[in-house]
Design a binder for this molecule. Structure first.
Ligand SMILES: CCCCCC(=O)SCCNC(=O)CCNC(=O)[C@H](O)C(C)(C)COP(=O)(O)OP(=O)(O)OC[C@H]1O[C@@H](n2cnc3c(N)ncnc32)[C@H](O)[C@@H]1OP(=O)(O)O
Length: 436
């Protein structure tokens, strides 16, 4: 499997940027240092570096409206290689970077990686939509969805260099699918450690309505396959959402699962539907909840003066991780992230309420759902902004979680669906290497 991933990586490199290798220090116009990414994004959209200038900067962006295309046909088509970039996170060769990425267990903070992936995904889209005749981009590119992140390694070393690569793999009218990979130096070789698929959406200069993006023309058979996969992913997302338990009743098999679970919690001593007892090695779902509150300060703003999607993911991930460890009673490792939908932007100054809960477990696996809502100090009404789904693996087998209410039963089934949609349980992968 690992060899296959490496072959794919080599193939992708050849296809997209003929003649270029994934070697350390090969920084050029498609290669950036991690610290350059946010600066580059700020430069592309003309974002202010000081909060006090943000209104002026936004006023200037309004002038860019006239540069937006009236139709997609006006825009020159692009190839996948046009958006291909590599970003180096030199944890090994620049030890001063390490502190920001370090966990107390001497591994790399996954929350920080989520932030980097988010910024990288946006930069990839700006590469795809680049117009050399303009100094600033009239597009505001935001993260709409983290479709999938699959880890192929349990934990990462904070002492070895990391490299990211990414390119646009499919486009619609205003949306773009971005594929990213992460590698870590092992000996002399960068080995794949993570695969990610995000969907970004282009908005107008003020981030008020959709804006067209350049078409994407696959250049060869492999690119056609990636593009076809992007089309399939879009179809899968629509199918997944149309059968959502918020819209449709569970399947017969799912209903049976829930009823079996319900029966196994009835107290045999009483003939009642009310007295419930937990089976051995199980916990009630409601007892797995953890909550947190974040005040959204200007420091966490993105280039469009809303809260940075990567920050939201980091906060949600860290709460989810604590929730998983709390249940498992041992260290937990993230193995997959999927279907993080950014439904609404989070305004600066909002109160962000995160609520995390284990909704499904199996053997060593823990499926955690984090729900995020915002409210302002003036308006106390809560609005959902995101729902996050994380799959963790614990060092030990974990208890089963039992729903008590109908609502919790739906959470259980939703968790089970997300768990089952994970490509392959990581423990089954041949390339899954456990860190020493
Ligand atoms: C450092 C820089 C980082 C900056 C990045 C960030 O931090 S961003 C911060 C975090 N993200 C956010 O705040 C975004 C919050 N969400 C939103 O603003 C909005 O939900 C949205 C703009 C993403 C979508 O709004 P709407 O659904 O009203 O837009 P609209 O219906 O016009 O759809 C526009 C395009 O987006 C696609 N689209 C919308 N939601 C989607 C989803 N969940 N998954 C896939 N694709 C989606 C549609 O198919 C359509 O594609 P086609 O047009 O191709 O048919």
């Amino acid at each position: 499997m690992r060899r296959a991933a490496l072959r794919l990586c080599a193939l992708r490199k050849e296809l997209l940027i003929p003649g270029r290798g994934l070697t350390q220090g090969s920084q050029d116009e498609t290669g950036f240092h991690i610290q350059e990414v946010r600066d580059k994004l700020r430069e592309i959209v003309g974002a202010s570096t000081n909060w006090k200038d943000h209104v002026k900067a936004m006023e200037e962006r309004k002038l860019l409206h006239s540069f937006l295309a009236k139709s997609q046909k006006e825009l020159p088509p692009r190839r996948m290689k046009d958006s291909y970039i590599e970003v180096l996170l030199p944890l090994g060769s620049e030890p001063e970077l390490r502190e920001k990425y370090l966990t107390v267990q001497n591994t790399v903070r996954f929350g920080r990686i989520l932030e980097d992936l988010d910024s990288l995904g946006v930069l990839v889209c700006y590469m795809h939509t680049k117009n050399d005749s303009l100094k600033m981009s009239p597009l505001s590119i935001v993260t709409a969805l983290v479709d999938k992140i699959d880890m192929c390694k349990k934990s990462l070393s904070p002492e070895q260099d990391i490299k990211f690569s990414g390119h646009v793999s499919w486009v619609g009218k205003s949306s773009m699918e971005v594929k990213m990979q992460m590698f870590q130096l092992h000996g002399n070789e960068f080995c794949p450690v993570l695969d990610a698929t995000f969907v970004m959406v282009a908005r107008d200069a003020e981030n008020k309505g959709p804006a067209f993006v350049n078409p994407l023309i696959p250049g060869n058979v492999e690119e056609e396959e990636l593009f076809r996969q992007g089309e399939l992913n879009k179809g899968k997302r629509i199918a997944f959402s149309s059968t959502s338990l918020l819209k449709m009743a569970p399947s017969a098999e799912e209903r049976n699962t829930i009823h079996e679970m319900f029966l196994s919690t009835l107290d045999p001593k009483t003939i009642s539907f009310q007295s419930r007892v937990l089976p051995p090695n199980a916990v009630w779902m409601e007892s797995t909840k953890l909550k947190s509150l974040e005040v959204c300060h200007p420091q966490e703003r993105n280039i469009f003066n809303r809260i940075f999607g990567g920050f939201l993911m980091r906060k949600a991930y860290e709460l989810a991780w604590a929730t998983a460890c709390n249940l498992g009673g041992s260290r937990s490792f993230v193995v997959a992230v999927d279907d993080i939908m950014f439904q609404k932007p989070v305004e600066i100054g909002s109160l962000l309420f995160l609520s995390s809960q284990v909704c499904f477990t199996q053997n060593n696996y823990i499926q955690v759902r984090v729900h995020s809502e915002v409210a302002s100090l003036q308006n106390k009404e809560h609005m959902t902004t995101n729902v996050f789904h994380f799959t963790f693996m614990s060092e030990k087998e974990v208890p089963l979680v039992y729903p008590k209410t109908y609502g919790e039963s739906m959470l259980y089934l939703d968790g089970q669906r997300h768990f089952s949609s994970m490509s392959i349980p990581v423990s089954l992968r041949k390339d899954y290497r456990v860190e020493p």
